[in-house]
Design a protein around this ligand. Sequence first.
Ligand code: GLV
Ligand code: GLV
Length: 324
Amino acid sequence: QISRVYVTRRIPPEGMRILQESRICEIEQWDSDDPVPRGELLKKVAGIQGLYCLLTENIDEEVLKAAGPSLKVVSTMSVGYDHLSLDALKKRGIRLGYTPDVLTEAVAELTVALLLATSRRLIEAVDEAKNGGWGTWKPLWMCGNGLTQSTVGILGLGRIGVAIAKRLKPFGVKKFLYTDVGPRPEVAATISAEFVSLDVLAQQSDFITVCCALTPETQGICDNRLFSKMKNNAVFINTSRGAVVNQEDLYQALLNGQIGAAGLDVTVPEPLPIDHPLFKLKNCVILPHIASATVETRNAMAALAAKNLLAGLKGEALPKEVPL
Ligand code: GLV
Ligand code: GLV
């Protein structure tokens, strides 16, 4: 039996190959590197059985209603699923697939790169070198913070948080702290991390890295209350979701020297407008949401999302399913 499937973007080749070779899908695709316009999405989902989407699509009641009762499975090519309305999916008995695990290593690697770029001021230094700011070797110039003997605070100790800690450990980190909805002793033991409150995490960390999911509980938790308790030279890194951070509060904290620097792979909105004040700060490094962007990882994500979709169409257990 052939199922109708809509793919909302041009995706890595592995994903398309798996869908095509299954011989159970009639595929329609938004064949572009840019997101499908909302109106087009609403039109194209009508009567489909499977939806293959990305984190740029807001899959809410309106989309599900436009799809109608035929829709069985939604598969997002992302580990985050804050762009989907879980209640609306659950209510309609639609299953949801996502792509954990396959991107853990790539995201952890990029987080370390962003942390070092921010703490050692790499972007600023490169600009100085090529724009005439490199007058001579200067003892007090371009100094940042090293990881040796530092305390690193992890906000949200999941797979990615652990993978980050494992990579940072060899740089000489003295202590890992973490906060989460509750202690996670088994996970924490693998990296000898100590469970603390958000306040203690703020007060004691030289580096804070945010790697929690965006949920109603984590929305905006990195705000002035947190920044005002952090060390003045602390470095703040976010590779999770922009909305975990109150961006106005972060901007003020960076501007006023409340904290040392920030490295962000995620913002609100995305893309961040080029005239946004955060772009004017030298102590803020902003990347365009590329944490999982290695060729292998993106192929693995596309493949896993395709397998999730196919399993859902066949009524089988999804390889990686979000419990609703
Ligand atoms: C990326 O942000 C993802 O959720 O996979
Ligand atoms: C730095 O280049 C040094 O020699 O200390």
